[in-house]
Design a binder for this molecule. Sequence first.
Ligand SMILES: Cc1ncc(COP(=O)(O)O)c(C=O)c1O
Length: 398
Amino acid sequence: MFAERTAWSMDPNALTVALEQEKQAGADILDLTESNPTRCGFDVAGEKLLGPLSVPANLSYQPCSQGLRTAREALCRSFLQRGVKVAPENIFLTASTSEAYSFVFRLLANPGETVLFPQPSYPLFQFLADILDVRLEPYPLRYDGKHWNMDLDILSRKASSAARAIVCVNPNNPTGNYVRKDQLHLLDDVCRCFDMALISDEVFYDYCFETAGRASLLGHPRTLTFTLGGLSKDLGLPQMKLSWIVLSGPEDQVREARRRLDVIADTYLSVNTPVQNALEAWLTLKPDIQRQITERIVSNRAYLEASAQAAGLGIYPAEGGWYGVLQLPPGKSEEEWVLTLLERGHVLAHPGYFFDFEEEPVLVISFLPLPDHFRVGVDRILALAATGGARVNGDAVS
Ligand SMILES: Cc1ncc(COP(=O)(O)O)c(C=O)c1O
């Protein structure tokens, strides 16, 4: 009865089962995977968020495939503050960044065609590709001892006439590396050679630890480019469901992309009117919200770095984003480590294999949790790492 593309294994994995058991047993789990900003104690003035939703304009409906022009103009002004001039005609609003990917994949790829994707990266993308009948071909990110970099040689070798686009997650989740200015020419060359487009996922772009050399593809002129962003990370407001696609590139290609994307977006009209009317007011909250989130991730990252170093463990230094990647001692698999941390330390972290890391064992943790929780969680991980996972002081959670 069902399409093959939906034949996913729905069996809970060992970590999900163990987590459920710990919760049933009443354990108080420190969740270092938490990356929902609405659960991380940021101070967002309720009336400033909810007030703009209560306007008479929300009583009427004006269907607009690209999204209301006033909302797109407000976004253009915020891009201008970053020094990038974008025309409202080149913006499409969507309900989420995942939806934005869906529209762009549908625009570019026939069933079975390929999209080149970074590895390691965020697991959501495999589901998107399955649903949209697109094949993901990973291109590796390599760590050179200081930075993660796209392996451009392999990327160019993987490009072919069946590849329709290169996705750059900029900065990547979870390795935190940005596209670098000196990589743009090669990306353009590869795209030109095989008639491919660039998709730059910039949801974390503003959360940056190291600005030198990074390049945004917003407004990138040389290749047909779709730059994605959204309120879920930009303003820490995933509940508001508003994202965008910004088109740029050679004018004839942009015009054709706009024409076709318009039909896709018009078929769904998925963005609700109240969030579009509120966008302009919400964007004024951005400096305050981003300051709070940035302070949090900077302080948690500094704690992880110092503690891991003192414990003789490595972390991969991220240039941006919300995540840290910690290298664990060898001798146990990632699955054994995350189960041990959960059962003996009552700490939840992601195993690196969720993100397709080649090197094992690594843990991915979110920098968003409240510092008190984060620090206790990191201390427990490091204490268990020091004993190779054996109980610390004979206690489940000492
Ligand atoms: C890199 C990246 N892109 C896109 C998304 C999806 O964002 P949205 O919540 O706007 O769909 C996520 C979610 O965490 C993400 O990490």
